[in-house]
Design a binder for this molecule. Structure first.
Ligand code: GLC
Length: 419
């Protein structure tokens, strides 16, 4: 046999051993903000297994993917094998996700925070594995607070007062575009989060309680919304009424906002790219409405699950295990500041070096506010839509806050029952 033939034979054997001879491809949905990290995970999976994951970018605003998923799943389509899932969608899509419990070793399941894993474990079926934690946090300009001799605020009123003072003084000193506080008040799921944070931290509950009682029509909720309404045009630009996460982040990262509410990934984007606020940012749990209340960051972990109609369920489940496993969660944390759902990574020296704030986000997870998706199940989206549309109208002044909450409450009573 010639040397050339021998070499060819050896490389075929190697390829077989690596599994490339039966290499296959799965199609995966990934969020727009962490698309690049998903591509990295796919590259790592290919290097490890020889299999490919084709990553499809989801719409920039996550809830725009809901009708897309609904269509895909109603048609029992096998076009996409792996779905990226917001925690509030798990109840909505549970009947269309494959039970992967038997395919995921128990120790691998137990590595995740119990309650986070639990949200994907419905009626004994494991329909999704957590990829990372998300909780609403407050980012602030450490340099500006120091300049004006201020401590990070404990209450929303303190925040508003500091925001106003710094904004006015900075504008007078020449920073004409400076605003005190940027957040998300566009009519979409993000506003459900921002509003629930203000209301819950003011003692006003979380729209619908765990037992199904509609609680939204109460004075503490009205007070929180009135307060936020007063911020618009004074410490927050009118534009917040159209801002989602990315639009509001752009203002903060351009150096034009003292305080900014967003998810942990903003640590990565604001500190990573060499922009004007590198080294000038602090991060903390959200303020409270009243002394004695809890900081109530909206809880928003993200998951991956397998489409029940996938033609390659085993391979799809393997990819889900890989992308939600410790190596990829560590990569996401280090490269994008995504907070792991695997508890052991919170003491990992490489992760802590890059994300010193992790010690502050853990209490924020513990005190977080949960959206009422557990009780409302398949009707969650309609409930949330009714809530954020009503709150948006209250913030613009199109609807009186107290009367609006009474109307909303009656509507939610009906909607919650169609679950
Ligand atoms: C983040 C959260 C998600 C939430 C969304 C709102 O992606 O992880 O839970 O629904 O923001 O915009």
């Amino acid at each position: 046999m010639s040397l050339k033939k021998l070499a060819l034979g050896a490389s075929m054997l190697l390829a077989l051993a690596a599994g490339t001879a039966r290499a296959d491809t799965v199609s995966v949905f990934c969020g727009a903000t962490d698309y690049d990290l998903c591509v990295k995970a796919a590259d790592a999976w290919k290097a490890k297994t020889g299999n490919e994951a084709k990553i499809n970018k989801m719409p920039a605003q996550l809830d725009d993917a809901i009708p897309l998923y609904q269509q895909l799943l109603a048609a029992k389509s096998s076009d996409v094998d792996v779905l990226f899932l917001d925690v509030i969608w798990l109840g909505m899509f549970k009947n269309n996700l494959l039970d992967i419990k038997a395919m995921v070793p128990q120790a691998e399941q137990d590595a995740h925070f119990k309650s986070t894993l639990g949200a994907g474990d419905i009626n004994g079926q494991l329909i999704a594995l957590p990829a990372y934690m998300d909780v609403g946090l407050m980012f602030y300009r450490k340099d500006l607070l120091e300049k004006y001799g201020m401590q990070p605020p404990k209450t929303w009123d303190e925040l508003a007062a500091q925001a106003k003072e710094i904004q006015d003084k900075e504008r007078a000193a020449g920073s004409k575009d400076m605003w005190g506080y940027t957040w998300q008040a566009k009519s979409y799921e993000g506003l459900t989060c921002d509003a629930i944070e203000l209301i819950a931290s003011n003692g006003g509950g979380t729209i619908i309680a765990d037992d199904g009682k509609v609680t939204i029509d109460n004075p503490a909720a009205a007070e929180a919304i009135e307060k936020a309404k007063g911020w618009i045009g004074t410490i927050s630009p009118e534009g917040v009424l159209g801002y989602d996460e990315e639009a509001s982040r752009a203002v903060f990262e351009a150096g034009n906002s003292v305080f900014h509410r967003n998810w942990p990934y903003v640590w990565g984007t604001s500190q990573g790219g060499g922009g004007p606020i590198v080294g000038k940012v602090g991060m903390m749990p959200l303020p409270v409405g009243k002394a004695g209340e809890k900081s109530s960051g909206c809880l928003g972990p993200m998951y991956f699950g397998v489409n029940k109609y996938s033609a390659k369920p085993e391979l799809a489940a393997e990819f889900v295990r890989f992308i939600t496993g410790p190596d990829m969660q560590k990569m996401r944390a280090i490269e994008g500041a995504y907070n792991p759902s695997i508890s052991a990574l919170y003491t990992d020296p490489d992760v802590l070096k890059k994300l010193p704030f992790l010690k502050d986000t853990q209490p924020a997870f513990a005190d977080s506010a949960t959206r009422p998706s557990g009780y409302t199940g398949t009707s969650y989206n309609r409930v949330s839509q009714a809530f954020y549309r009503a709150v948006h109208d209250m913030l613009t002044g199109d609807e009186d806050v107290k009367a609006g909450l009474t109307k909303l409450s009656a509507r939610l009573e009906k909607l919650k029952e169609s679950r």
